[in-house]
Write a protein that binds this ligand. Structure first.
Ligand code: ADP
Ligand code: MG
Length: 408
């Protein structure tokens, strides 16, 4: 289920119509009858044109014929959904080309993309439920029993919707998060942060300062009624900036180069929001404590830093919710059209996913040396230790152009 854009430029306007028709049909049919695809496509050429497109789409793996089906029909694949989402982002002029994959989580693919001005961005493709296809049978059975609430397509779309809504709300409140630019189906386009995940940072000049800043963020979320829910070293990116020298000439003789470098400024940027929960959630205290613990544990292991003060504690944070005019953000998802059922379905899916990850044979142990725990498929041999900036393609180099034909 990797994003493969090779077929993109070969699709005709008719193919796009047929792909869109299949998606429309998916709303009411798991397997969309061929006749319905014909009707929804409204091609001038009639059925034969539709069949030609169906073959092309099936060959590119964007739709798939169901084998043991009672009637003739097709379903949309992850690839097909990816194409439709990319098509929408490109029509909004947010994405013009697709570059390398920089991250692969258990539930997402992270790609570098660029718009037609060459500005690089990040495309996050949610893939909820993916893990269930490749782990042991007991997990599949577990999922089947517990995931009556919906398909991977529906759940991945919910994850993208919720994440996008929270990124917008947090950004508006001035939180250090990437700027959300566009959302379509199970995908989000956001600004690219040129930074390393905390996970890759071996030392910092002032661990106490950074620790204080991160705990401060947890408390700031709480004030707005929120808990991140996955506040760990993978979801905190550390931007490293050199302070601009006050005056270039100040005291700088010809030995200027030997002067001690000013300390770097480290700014944390938080990402990954599909699992955010309210401070009013029935398990809020557990989620809050877990976020705090993650930071404490990481700082102790990596930087040998132990805070002198205990806490912060949930009961104290709870008292600050909404104080000082802090806008409550915990109803953000609801405000963006999320129903109670959607919230519940997504929460169940994320919880199940976590259970599976813990029981999966390749799940991460806590071994400090084990840096490759993000690797998950046999063809993923990118080195996660590579410096983030090294993986950025130079001005469009290595990018695949999405030449998307005019459609609808
Ligand atoms: P997941 O839900 O799979 O954990 P994340 O949103 O946490 O997905 O992204 C996975 C990885 O991709 C991150 O750890 C980070 O390295 C990279 N990443 C994600 N978003 C951005 C971004 N906007 N800028 C730079 N890197 C990013
Ligand atoms: Mg993450």
């Amino acid at each position: 289920m990797l994003l493969d854009t090779r077929a993109m430029r070969h699709l005709t306007a008719e193919d796009w119509k047929v792909l869109t028709a299949t998606e429309m049909g998916t709303k009411n049919h798991e397997l969309v009858p061929t006749q319905l695809i014909e009707r929804l496509s409204r091609l001038k050429g009639g059925a034969s044109g539709v069949h030609k497109s169906i073959s092309a789409l099936a060959k590119a793996g964007l739709i798939a014929r169901m084998k043991e089906a009672k009637y003739d029909g097709y379903r949309l694949t992850y690839g097909g959904l990816d194409y439709l989402a990319l098509h929408t982002h490109s029509q909004r002029r947010q994405v013009y080309s697709v570059g390398t994959r920089i991250g692969v989580g258990k539930e997402s693919d992270i790609m570098i993309v660029a718009d037609d001005t060459g500005t690089q961005k990040v495309l996050k493709i949610h893939r909820l439920g993916r893990i269930s296809f490749r782990t042991v049978k007991s997990n599949r059975d577990y999922l089947k029993k517990n995931q009556a609430c919906g398909s991977w397509m529906y759940l991945s779309r919910l994850a993208a919707m919720k994440e996008y809504a929270f990124m917008q709300a947090l950004r508006q409140e001035g939180f250090p998060v990437p700027e959300p630019l566009s959302q379509s189906r199970h995908t989000i386009v956001m600004t690219l942060i040129n930074a390393h995940p905390l996970r890759q940072i071996s030392s910092v000049p002032n661990p106490a300062g950074l620790y204080g800043e991160l705990i401060g963020l947890i408390l700031r979320f709480a004030k707005h009624g929120l808990i991140h829910g996955d506040f760990n070293e993978f979801n905190i990116l550390i931007k490293e900036e050199r302070p601009v020298p006050e005056t270039e000439s100040k005291g700088k003789g010809k030995d200027g180069d030997d002067e001690e470098e000013p300390p770097r400024i480290l700014t944390p940027i938080v990402i990954d929001f599909p699992q955010m929960v309210s401070m009013e959630h029935q398990n809020a205290e557990m989620y809050f404590d877990r976020d705090v613990h993650c930071i404490k544990y990481f700082f102790e292991r990596r930087f040998h830093f132990v805070a002198t003060e205990p806490g912060p504690f949930f009961k104290d944070a709870k008292k600050t919710v909404g104080k000082g005019g802090a806008r409550r953000l915990d109803a953000t998802a609801e405000a963006s059209g999320f129903t109670k059922k959607m919230a519940k379905d997504l929460e169940t899916a994320i919880r199940n996913q976590a259970v599976i990850q813990e029981s999966a044979p390749d799940s991460s142990d806590e071994d400090e040396e084990d840096e490759d725990e993000d690797q998950e498929e046999e063809n993923d041999n990118e080195d996660t230790k590579v410096h983030f900036s090294d993986t950025l393609p130079e001005s469009g180099e290595g990018m695949v152009k999405l030449v998307i034909s005019e459609s609808t």
